[in-house]
Design a protein around this ligand. Structure first.
Ligand code: UTP
Length: 286
């Protein structure tokens, strides 16, 4: 079985739910405490070969992962060794970029990764979704499932009934293994009364390369966009596909409530911040 060595991070979406903040600053660069969202995603992935699908107005992502000699010199001169090390480490990650010239949908963004990925299964991490699990990162959990069962693996969790129309929802059956379901069908953002389940795909995937030929034939679907869900639905009929109910708290940072919740969780996990921050929160909610 081929190992997962490559990851694709789509980050070319418009992010309209977070306007006006993201007019000039991409939502993937919104900081959670003191690090951009996309940096948490890359660090948690454990993957060294990464392609970011970039787009219009997304230059600051490339700048962030580049060297900044002027800043490094300044930190060195002022004896800020810790910060210098952090700033240099960011630029050590090997990142490739390709532009999605128009945001034609997540499926179209993934298709832009075709030549980077080649004929291998690969990981997809959405650029605005973080999952908090400090012991076993979400993508590692998915890769463990892939290494045992093969096929494609979708990172899923059960969402409340009223939220099903915000996600790709799977129709699946239980397997002998806990937390692992066999996917039979999928639907993108179904109406509440048409959803086949409450099991939603949440921003992490392991996908086999056969997805690319399917995406090439996929017509625009919901919202006039080329939907990854529509292509995955076809792939699930051709090969084994699993929904894995991952362990961890997932935040949609492209959504205001999700962003605020992520900020609180990550701040409370920081040794240098948690005590004062918790005191402050207690004062605020009194
Ligand atoms: P979203 O579903 O959050 O869509 O994309 P969006 O268009 O960015 O945001 P809203 O709904 O207008 O607020 C999920 C991920 O897929 C990427 C986004 O950048 C985000 O990381 N994406 C989406 C692309 O790369 N290209 C697209 O055409 C659409």
């Amino acid at each position: 079985m081929k190992q997962i060595t490559k990851a694709v991070i789509p980050a070319a979406g418009l992010g309209t739910r977070f306007l006006p903040a993201i007019k000039a600053c991409p939502k993937e660069m919104l900081p959670i405490v003191d690090k951009p969202t996309i940096q948490y995603i890359i660090e948690d992935s454990g993957i060294k070969d990464i392609l970011i699908i970039s787009g219009h107005n997304k230059r600051s992502i490339e700048d962030h992962f580049d060297r900044n000699p002027e800043l490094e010199l300044n930190l060195e001169e002022h004896g800020k060794a810790d910060l210098l090390e952090q700033v240099k480490a960011i630029a050590d990650i090997n990142i490739h970029y390709i532009r999605q010239k128009e945001p034609k949908g997540l499926g179209h963004a993934i298709l832009c990764a075709k030549s980077f990925v080649g004929d291998e299964p690969f990981a997809v991490l959405l650029g605005d979704d973080v999952v908090y699990n400090d012991e076993n990162p979400c993508l590692k959990q998915l890769i463990d499932v892939y290494n045992t069962y093969g096929g494609s693996v979708l990172g899923c969790q059960t969402v409340p009934q009223e939220k099903v129309s915000s996600y790709g929802i799977v129709a699946s059956e239980a397997t002998a293994a806990e937390r692992i379901f066999k996917v039979n069908d999928m639907v993108e953002k179904p109406a509440v009364d048409e959803a086949p389940s409450r099991l939603a795909v949440l921003g992490r995937y392991v996908i086999t390369p056969e997805i690319f030929s399917i995406l090439e034939r996929t017509e625009p679907g919901r919202g006039g966009e080329i939907q990854l869900t529509d292509a995955l639905k076809v792939l699930a009929k051709q090969q084994n596909m699993y929904a894995y109910d991952f362990i961890g708290r997932r935040y949609d940072v492209g959504d205001k409530q999700g962003y605020l919740e992520a900020t609180v969780e990550y701040a409370l996990r920081r040794e240098d911040l948690k005590d004062n921050f918790l005191e402050y929160l207690k004062k605020v909610v009194k």
